[in-house]
Ligand binder design. Structure first.
Ligand SMILES: [Zn+2]
Length: 245
């Protein structure tokens, strides 16, 4: 199972396995995050930052589905520049694996440069002229990649090599209505020194062996807050997890 990227009007497509799609998104996030300036450019980069994080095999799209505007020429030019930066391995020194993405990047470039964009009406991807929320554009300090909705993809141990070095981080997420499913309005991330982890586990219990992290529940907020020396707001959700560095 994988993802199909296409330009149906031209009869072109690029098929990627789920694994290659993850790699494609990693290198596009690295290529675009530090050069995206306009809202449209930032939304394009964020699309790759968050692609297939929750739903494998649902990441493909047709180039005509992208929310092109009247500025489609400049937008397509940026997309080409971003892909070219990926082809030139921009930021690959931050990866803990060697991508074998040359074929996919080349095939995508051929499709993208052949494609003729025109303004899109009602794209399911949303209106990319609207500036993304600031917390989505916060840069990961390790990888210089947008955090996006799901957090930095290069930090995510579930999609990065298992032997990659990691640190512990406390992520505090503030939602508009205080529920976990509410709209996120702010996110704070603190690195937690290794020597404090055993003390935190002594309070909250040990995580399941295969768990990537654990939620810090209300009764434990004060003692854990004391250990890490940071405030843990009762109106936010706090998650202690591993981040690939
Ligand atoms: Zn990161």
């Amino acid at each position: 199972m994988g993802n199909r990227f296409s330009a149906k009007a031209l009869g072109l497509d690029v098929y990627m396995t789920n694994g290659s799609t993850e790699v494609f998104c990693d290198v596009m996030a690295l290529a675009g995050s530090s050069v995206a300036r306009t809202a449209w450019q930032q939304n394009l980069v964020l699309h790759f930052c968050d692609l297939v994080r929750y739903a494998l095999g649902m990441g493909g799209f047709d180039l005509a589905e992208i929310p092109w505007t009247r500025d489609h020429q400049a937008e397509q030019d940026f997309f080409i520049v971003m892909l070219d930066r990926a082809i030139h391995r921009t930021g690959w020194e931050k990866l803990h694996y060697t991508p074998t993405a040359d074929y996919n990047l080349g095939a995508f470039m051929q499709m993208l440069t052949t494609f003729r964009a025109s303004p899109t009406t009602d794209s399911y991807l949303g209106d990319w002229t609207i500036a993304p929320k600031p917390y989505l554009l916060e840069m990961c300090i390790w990888h210089m990649v947008f955090q996006g909705e799901a957090g930095c993809r290069l930090c995510d141990p579930s999609i990065q090599p298992t032997d990659a070095p990691f640190v512990w981080e406390m992520t505090s997420t503030y939602t508009a209505d205080g529920t976990i499913n509410g709209e996120t309005i702010k996110r704070l991330i603190w690195q937690i020194p290794d020597e404090l982890i055993a003390r935190i586990h002594a309070i909250v219990g040990n995580p399941q062996p295969r768990a990537l992290g654990m939620r810090i529940e209300p009764p434990h907020l004060d003692p854990v807050s004391t250990i890490i020396g940071k405030p843990l707001d009762p109106y936010a959700h706090h998650w202690l997890g591993k981040a690939v560095t």
